[in-house]
Ligand binder design. Structure first.
Ligand SMILES: [Cu+2]
Length: 507
């Protein structure tokens, strides 16, 4: 929509609430819309639609005045990227990471990173279990990057860790089979020292794996309609509307004050009445969210690695950086909202009067065979620690006392082994994330995990009051030349050295 039709729409509205426009256009726009919305609440969908169009129309500004982000805006839904199948049945995907600009409703358009020409973030990759996939990733940035498939069980050379650098202008090909069940994963760069900044600028996207089980399940599954991607990230903006980035090298990682979901500040999404699925990803640098749903019940159906055995009713959900959770919310008549304990509203769900295709959740979602402890052949322990030293030498971010060294292999796993790892940390918050494997939690502080942490996981919160014991099988790929990473997913900590690497040896 051009400026003229935007103005025309404003003119239509002004008599309805009698607000006189003063000051700069966008400052006025905010209060105007807020009042207009209250006034027009009962005026039907027609005006609602016009308001939505006005919000979109206002997005084309770059003239130095911030829009009022206290007015809710329609949630941006990342495009879907479905594969192109070649004659041999191989699924092909193309990703191009480049610079872009996004409208965060700040004083100017914000410089961002994005994939495939989106204004921020990347398209949602839809993968199918059993497919052979080829993903080509082209780096159109001026800096080196990588593409890591977080949570995916793939060969080490296709994993996109810090060893798989993509130089500016170069294309890197990942080539693997999808050997894991339905799940919500994600992709992001993994360059040692600049992972936090590249993700912060917008280089991240969802991966949705589907299989026969997910296709048959009676769950909301229409993407963007009743199956909503929810990428939660915090941001800070400078006065000129640009992203303010920092690494916190002396604490819990950098926390920013403004919540965004899929790049939208203060978002709402229109949803049908009935069950609505939210695919939550904490794509933040360091912030841990404590989520609940107001105005409706929340039921968790999937953790990092896929479906839980059965739906789990929850009041609160802790989502640490890197974590995913799929929840189902029963929206009926009234708006409901996903809220965070610290930052407040994350996403408003507004019923649009249509009926959702799904009314009742199934009792059973998946068969999760517990890995028997009798299968364990190796024990290891990992202690994540911030070591404060003198002011001159700064802080060391370590696992088992060692900072990351790209030339050092920390340990070797034998292909076929099942290992039990004990994870401990200092008084700070850490998120242990090993590549390649989905693990199960055996215990938290010696107790069995609650049902919501009894499925497949690839990231887990650890601190001095939360000792976690996990079990993992390493029976899919050997990695004798290229290591897999394990690290803290607080991205400040990771970039500062809280990372190590392991090989998987086929003996
Ligand atoms: Cu950490």
């Amino acid at each position: 929509m051009d400026n003229r039709s935007f103005q025309a729409m404003r003119t239509e509205f002004v008599p309805l609430n009698g607000i006189r426009r003063t000051g700069r256009r966008h400052a006025a726009y905010g209060s105007f819309t807020g009042s207009a919305r209250r006034l027009l609440k009962n005026a039907g969908l027609f005006f609602g639609a016009i308001l939505a169009i006005v919000s979109l129309a206002a997005c084309s500004t770059d003239n130095g005045a911030a829009l009022d982000t206290s007015v809710a805006a329609p949630l941006s839904i990342p495009a879907l990227l479905d594969p192109t199948y070649d004659g041999a049945g191989v699924a092909h995907y193309d990703l191009k990471l480049g610079e872009s600009r996004h409208d965060y409703r700040q004083t100017a358009l914000t410089d961002t990173y994005s994939y495939n020409g989106m204004s921020v973030l990347g398209p949602t990759l839809r993968l199918r279990t059993g497919d052979s996939v080829v993903i080509s990733v082209t780096n159109e940035l001026d800096e080196v990057t990588t593409a890591h498939w977080h949570g995916a069980d793939v060969p080490a050379e296709d994993d996109g860790g810090p060893h798989s650098l993509i130089e500016p202008g170069a294309t890197w090909i990942a080539d693997f089979e999808v050997i894991q069940p339905a799940a919500t994963l994600w992709y992001h760069p993994h360059v040692h020292g600049s992972t936090a900044e590249q993700v912060y600028r917008g280089a991240a996207g969802l991966i949705i794996i589907g299989d026969d089980n997910s296709a048959a399940a009676t769950l909301p599954s229409t993407y963007g309609v009743d199956d909503i991607p929810v990428i939660i990230q915090d941001r800070e903006f400078t006065e000129d509307g640009q992203l303010d980035f920092a690494i916190d090298d002396d604490g819990r990682g950098k926390l920013y004050s403004t919540l965004t979901v899929n790049g939208t500040i203060n978002p709402f999404v229109d949803v049908p009445e009935g069950l609505v699925r939210l695919r939550l990803l904490n794509g933040s640098q360091a912030r841990i969210y404590n989520l609940s749903v107001e105005g409706a019940d929340m039921t968790m159906i999937a953790s990092d690695g896929g479906y839980l055995a059965s739906p789990v009713a929850l009041r609160q959900l802790v989502l640490a950086p890197g974590d995913r959770a799929e929840i189902v919310v029963n929206v009926f008549m009234e708006s409901a909202a996903l809220v965070d304990r610290s930052l407040g509203r994350v996403l408003e769900l507004r019923p649009n009067g249509a009926a959702s295709g799904t009314g009742l959740l199934p009792d059973k979602l998946a068969t999760i065979e517990r890995i028997p402890e009798s299968e364990i052949t190796v024990d290891r322990s990992f202690d994540m620690d911030e070591e404060r030293r003198s002011r001159q030498s700064g802080t060391r971010w370590t696992i088992n006392g060692a900072e990351f060294d790209m030339s050092r292999i920390d340990f070797e796993v034998r292909l076929g082994d099942t290992e039990r790892w004990t994870l401990t940390g200092d008084e700070g918050q850490h998120v242990f994330h090993p590549h390649q494997t989905q693990f199960q939690i055996l215990s938290i502080n010696g107790e069995p995990p609650p049902p919501e942490e009894s499925g497949w996981e690839d990231s887990v919160l650890v601190n001095d009051e939360r000792e976690v014991v996990i079990v993992a099988r390493f029976n899919t790929y050997a990695a004798e030349d290229t290591p897999y990473m394990f690290h803290c997913h607080i991205l400040d900590h990771e970039d500062l050295g809280m990372m190590g690497q392991f090989l998987i040896i086929d003996e």
